[in-house]
Design a binder for this molecule. Structure first.
Ligand code: PLP
Length: 406
């Protein structure tokens, strides 16, 4: 049987090949290789799309986070709240500035940062918070804004996985990255909007921060060869911007396809009878027993269906929780179906953060997620038959060995 990959970038490239190659050749022939008109076009398109006054094309999502923290003046010894269950860059950027990433546990339903836990970790040294819109699902930014107001926290949104994800704020629809002080995006090729290499974006509504970010992007230089601050080379390549300008008009269509796939997965898995009663990971402790019996899986919580925001979740990943996760993963792989574990080790257990002496017992949910999450293929080009095959294979796995212990 033909394999089902986690992502099919070849297929996307082939569909856009003529347009992309014209744009790439245009840049090559112009020899305007770094920043320039392609990057400026992308910036104005994406500022509007994200609902931010300003957007700046940068070298990667990681650099976006680093320069955002530099722009809000995070200093050695400052504390910044980050979810312990995220991609490494979220915490790495904080630590690289000599500041202290303070790890926050996750919520079982959305798998995003537990804001109540974050509140309890605030000290006089806490300067900022990095909400991560994990897997493409918008965080409850109203809660983050309240926390920020009450404690004077700077908000750096890590929207690397969630470009275009919407939420309601004060009765109005907004998009991630346009809510906090600075929004950070990644165009790594596997993201929903992917370049042909590394690229990223920062957004802000604050003119002063915007001017600082422009300087930081180019070694803190203004005017030429005069440096009032220390920045870096965080500039975006014109080739990446050209590719992104070609792809952008397709983005909302891709989001819709991913959402349709996610709904189909959830419906088919529920129909099959292998999902837990509640079918969602509401209360981890409550479900441990069911988990141990090994017959149930939990579906991602579809908050976007419960809000008036049209795209609360853009399904960068469709992630289930399941017992015997590793066994299931192997079973699927042997039948040609690729899956991935995002992420197997939370920050509080990473070797490089041992110096922070985090207490493992403070992170029951993140530890649970690290052992049980599994992301299924959900890329736009996936067919209905392929989704049915993935679900059918998962159902076979549970039916063939329903009582094994994990
Ligand atoms: C991908 C990602 C980043 C980093 O982006 P790069 O462009 O790969 O540097 C940061 N945070 C999260 C949550 C991500 O998924």
């Amino acid at each position: 049987m033909t394999p089902i990959p986690l992502l099919n970038l070849q297929e996307q490239y082939q569909a856009l090949q003529p347009e992309l190659e014209i744009a790439l050749l245009r840049v090559a022939r112009s020899q305007h290789c770094v920043l320039g008109p392609e990057v400026e076009q992308l910036e104005s398109t994406l500022a509007e799309y994200c609902g931010a006054r300003y957007a700046l094309g940068v070298s990667s999502g990681t650099d976006a986070l680093l320069m955002a923290l530099m722009a809000v003046n995070i200093q050695p010894g400052d504390e910044v709240l980050v979810p312990t269950f995220s991609f490494f860059a979220t915490a790495g950027a904080v630590a690289r500035l000599g500041a202290r990433p303070v790890f926050v546990d996750s919520l079982p339903g959305t798998m995003c940062m537990d804001v109540a836990h974050a509140r309890g970790l605030i000290t006089p040294r806490t300067k900022g918070i990095i909400p991560v819109h994990l897997y493409g699902q918008a965080m409850p930014m109203d809660e983050i804004l309240q926390l920020s107001k009450a404690h004077g926290l700077l908000i750096i949104e890590d929207a690397a996985q969630a470009i275009g994800a919407g939420l309601m704020l004060g009765g109005k629809p907004v998009r991630v990255g346009g809510v906090g002080h600075i929004g950070c995006f990644s165009f790594y090729p596997t993201k929903n909007l992917g370049a042909l290499g590394d690229a990223g974006l920062v957004t802000t509504n604050d003119e002063h921060l915007y001017k600082t970010l422009i300087k930081l992007r180019n070694h803190g230089m203004e005017p030429r060869y005069y440096h009032s601050m220390i920045g870096g080379n965080f500039r975006m390549d014109a080739l990446q911007a050209a590719a992104l300008n070609v792809k952008f008009p397709y983005l909302d269509g891709w989001h819709i396809a991913r959402q349709r796939h996610a709904e189909r997965y959830s419906a088919l898995l529920k129909e099959s009878g292998i999902t837990s009663e509640q079918s969602q990971v509401h209360q981890v402790q409550h479900h441990i027993q069911e988990f141990k019996q090994g017959t149930s899986i939990f579906l991602p919580e579809l908050i976007w269906k419960q809000t008036t925001a049209s795209q609360h979740h853009i399904f960068h990943q469709y992630t289930i929780c399941t017992p015997r996760r590793d066994e299931l993963r192997k079973y699927l792989a042997e039948r040609g179906i690729a899956t991935e574990v995002y992420y197997p080790v939370p920050f509080h257990r990473q070797e490089c953060f041992a110096y922070l002496q985090a207490n493992n017992a403070d992170y029951p949910v993140a530890n649970f997620l690290a052992d049980h999450v599994l992301s299924l293929p959900v890329y736009p080009e996936l067919s209905v038959e392929e989704i049915e095959r993935v679900v059918g294979t998962i159902v076979d796995f549970f039916h063939h060995s329903p009582h094994n212990q994990s």
